[in-house]
Design a protein around this ligand. Structure first.
Ligand SMILES: [Zn+2]
Length: 328
């Protein structure tokens, strides 16, 4: 039986994009391989599922590489589609797994699934998400956990660390926002930014709180991180979802504008009527959302409310039933 090979695209000399399958929304995730004289460095890993690992191995094979040749794995963030197969690759090759400090902490937290589910459940409940949807999200978290096999981070990436691969130097650009501790990898000589989920061509990445770090303000961090990459001389953005694209600045400006407008829409909704995050989300987003989309819509609304609260434009109060209401 022929093994299915994931699509490969050569981005620059020795740099390849491999598009791996993902049975969730978006349907795929891109990982990037930098070949270096029979060895390789990998940026993100795809999910820890047979289909993805099989296609990844077959794709490496066409490059005359195998998982055994991977010396380093650099991870953009802790979501399963980005780091799920890290432990599998480490087992195969002994590769060093590099990740930000916050990412490493979040990976540890995945092992405390009960605490994670409990905290997520009370956050969602306080913000008015219906019980049925909360039950669905808890199940989703468990599933998501199953497609990330546990691994240890062997090397913590510090902001602006310089990584040398062959003759190339790569800078780790801190880009917290979509995830606390998110990192983009900037290949200076090539003018390439491996952007993870920070800058995507077709969608804006979902923003949500880090329930274990209340000092993390997702929207504020995300906008600062967008400003942090905007001026980089980049000719090609290599995202984790969607096709590589030129025009980083223009895309950054679109995303910033999207959040400016959304923040205003959220504020208008609060001014109209005092209510919970979920009910505000129901007004801001279209009806007929799937259970998962309700969760994303709540997160997205919450991060804008959090920002408006920080600016003292709105305030929250907790009702006797534990539900948080916002008012202008
Ligand atoms: Zn992500």
């Amino acid at each position: 039986m022929n093994k299915k090979t994931a699509p490969i695209r050569e981005i620059a000399s020795d740099l390849y994009m491999i598009t791996l399958p993902m049975p969730f929304r978006l349907g795929h995730v891109n990982v990037y391989v930098l070949a270096n004289g029979g060895k390789a460095v990998l940026f993100d890993t795809g999910l820890n599922i047979n289909e993805s690992r099989g296609e990844f191995g077959a794709a490496l094979d066409t490059l005359n590489l195998s998982p055994v040749d991977i010396e380093h794995v650099f991870l953009t963030h802790f979501h399963a589609d980005h780091c799920g197969a890290a432990s599998h690759i480490r087992q195969a090759s002994g590769a060093t797994i590099h990740m930000s400090e916050q990412g490493a902490r979040q990976i540890q937290k995945l092992d405390e699934m009960n605490a994670m589910i409990e905290r997520t459940g009370s956050y969602l409940k306080a913000h008015g998400l219906p019980e049925k949807t909360i039950g669905f999200i808890e199940k989703f978290f468990i599933l998501f956990r199953q497609v990330t096999s546990p691994f240890e981070v062997n090397a913590v990436i510090q902001p602006h660390d310089i990584i040398t691969v062959g003759t190339r130097t790569i800078e780790a650009i801190p880009t917290p926002g979509h995830a606390n501790g998110h990192i983009c990898f900037y290949l200076k000589d090539d003018g390439i930014l491996i952007s993870g989920d920070h800058v995507l061509p077709d969608i804006t990445p979902n923003l949500g709180p880090d329930l274990f770090d209340s000092s993390f303000f997702p929207l504020e961090a995300f906008l600062a991180s967008l400003a942090g990459v905007r001026e980089l001389p980049v000719s090609m953005v290599c995202p984790a979802h969607g096709a590589p694209f030129p025009g980083l600045k223009g895309r950054v400006d679109e995303i910033i504008e999207h959040h400016r407008v959304r923040k205003q829409v959220v504020l208008d909704a609060v001014r109209k009527k005092e209510r919970s995050t979920y009910l505000i989300a129901c007004e801001v987003f279209e009806n007929n959302l799937t259970e998962f989309d309700k969760f994303l819509a709540l997160n997205e609304t919450y991060v804008h409310l959090l920002e408006l609260e920080k600016e003292k434009i709105i305030s929250r109060k907790t009702l006797d039933n534990g539900i948080i209401h916002w008012s202008a």
